[in-house]
Design a protein around this ligand. Structure first.
Ligand SMILES: [Zn+2]
Length: 506
């Protein structure tokens, strides 16, 4: 959208060629005409259509889009068919839009249970917890039932080099361990110290350390959310729980959960103990170690013979959590982003003014399973990473009115295109932030940053949203923000695309 798209010619030159040009518009008028065409494409992006895309993606037939499942594959084919219809070129395997990668997955069936055994007047009362509000079965849990005593093991960490062991002096064989998420050191408060603890912050590490100590099951105090980003160990049964379950287990032990946690964090000394409580976990699951996931990749080839070698990627993950006991619709996470990307893809594909650089639309699989789709892409890129100018990634862009741009402050020149597009056409609150990215790759953009590809990650806030449970539904989506974000990206990408030189790495 820059002025000077059409080079202003000297007046004399113009005059001499007036005869030839008389049937064409003047340069300014040509530019105006091209801007009008661009504006027509910009305004073809409509909130109604984008909301319909969200509605399609959250429908039962895609089963919550867990990577590896037939439901996910069907959603990938649906995206690929749209890209094909609009004339985007495929950049997946063997001339297709799909890039396959190995991706084990686990199905979790309805009817899973979590209950506490409460002794009342010499009898035992079972206190059942409610699915979704109080517990959600581990999305990579083994199948089976375990009833055992509960041992509180703090953060579940065994780190000899840090002089720290949550399991020291405890026998958890055959027991259910109650465990915290993360590590006792925060990356924000103490980044240097956090780096030493970082390897112990992974869910996979925590689960495997519990298995290694002989535990039979785990209550993971991560809140009642569904999260398939974990290891599968046959016969090891676990569930995610929140405050209700945790305070019931601490009740009558003479300790409170809050004080116990504070002690661990303050002194970096374990506070593990046998709770005296008995708990039952009953999960029915099936594991598929040979699962296959797909990224969906389509692109618009640049119109400039030289600049087309450089690509701008617009990305977002297509997958969600599948059916974990019940359907997890994932409207905000991340059908919202897929809808916005499709809106930009259609508008750009149909815009008569073609971007000089190539624009790639990359829909990641398995973001919810250890960000595996973007990891695979980076090891097998469809376009050379050194020619990848930037990734603009979208994650959770459906609920609210404010646009957050993670890493906007890491790349001021890239951010400037977003700010400019917003000031010209969209007029939302758009807020850049700095991204230290030292914890874990929890976003597709984080993996690209680690590979030195300048990346921004867009999210939206300002209205209630629900994270990784059954309530992330289409009713929570703000349609207008989808349209505004799509228009913002459309303008910014066209603007970036015809810069003579773009280098955000410096
Ligand atoms: Zn998610």
């Amino acid at each position: 959208m820059k002025k000077g798209r059409i080079v202003a010619l000297p007046m004399l030159f113009l005059f001499l060629w007036l005869g030839v040009l008389s049937r064409l518009a003047q340069p300014q008028e040509l530019e105006k005409a091209s801007d009008e065409k661009i504006l027509a494409s910009l305004h073809s992006i409509s909130s109604h259509k984008l909301l319909d895309y969200v509605r399609e993606l959250v429908s039962e037939k895609y089963g919550g889009r867990l990577t590896g499942t037939e439901g996910y594959n069907a959603s990938a084919r649906w995206v690929a068919e749209l890209l094909q219809k609009w004339g985007l070129r495929p950049a997946g395997d063997q001339g297709s839009y799909l890039q396959a990668f190995p991706n084990p997955y686990t199905l979790v069936f309805p009817g899973c249970e979590a209950y506490l055994h409460l002794p009342v007047n010499g009898a035992v009362v079972k206190k059942h917890y409610r699915f979704d509000e109080e517990f959600i079965p581990g999305a990579t849990s083994g199948s089976g039932e375990v009833t055992a005593g509960v041992v509180y093991v703090g953060y579940g960490i065994t780190a000899p080099e840090l002089g720290y062991d949550d399991y020291a002096g405890l026998d958890v064989k055959g027991k259910i361990v109650l465990m915290e998420r993360e590590v006792p050191v925060s990356p924000d408060d103490n980044p240097e110290l956090f780096k030493k603890w970082r390897p112990y912050s992974f869910h996979q590490y925590k689960l495997e350390n519990a298995v290694g100590h002989g535990a039979a099951g785990m209550l993971y105090n991560y809140g009642p959310i569904c999260n398939p980003n974990n290891s599968y160990r046959q016969g090891f049964i676990y569930s995610h729980v929140g405050d209700v379950v945790v305070s019931d287990i601490f009740a009558g032990t003479g300790r409170t959960h809050k004080e116990t946690l504070e002690k661990i964090r303050k002194k970096l000394k374990p506070q593990s103990f046998i709770t005296g409580k008995t708990f039952t976990l009953k999960n029915e699951t099936e594991h598929y170690p040979e699962g296959i996931g797909y990224n969906v990749i389509g692109y618009l080839e640049g119109s400039d013979p030289r600049l087309k070698e450089e690509v701008i990627i617009l990305g977002g993950h297509l997958d969600h959590l599948g059916r974990c006991y019940e359907l997890m619709p994932g409207a905000n996470d991340n059908a919202s982003a897929v809808a916005v990307l499709l809106g930009v893809a259609e508008a750009l594909a149909q815009c008569p003014v073609k971007p000089p650089r190539s624009v790639v639309f990359l829909f990641f699989g398995a973001e919810e399973q250890a960000v595996a789709g973007s990891e695979f892409y980076l090891n097998n890129p469809a376009f050379p990473l050194e020619k990848t100018t930037a990734l603009l990634n979208l994650d959770g862009v459906g609920c609210g009115d404010k646009i957050n741009v993670l890493a906007g402050n890491n790349f001021p020149e890239l951010w400037a295109f977003i700010e400019k597009a917003n000031a010209q056409y969209v007029h939302r609150v758009v807020d850049p932030s700095f991204f230290a990215n030292i914890a874990r790759p929890r976003l597709d953009a984080a993996r690209f940053l680690w590979k030195n590809v300048p990346s921004l990650s867009f999210s939206v806030s300002g209205a209630p949203s629900f994270y990784h449970n059954t309530k992330d539904t289409i009713e929570t989506i703000t349609p207008e923000i989808l349209e505004d974000l799509a228009q913002l990206l459309f303008v910014a990408v066209l603007d970036m695309s015809d810069e003579p030189v773009l280098d955000f790495r410096k």
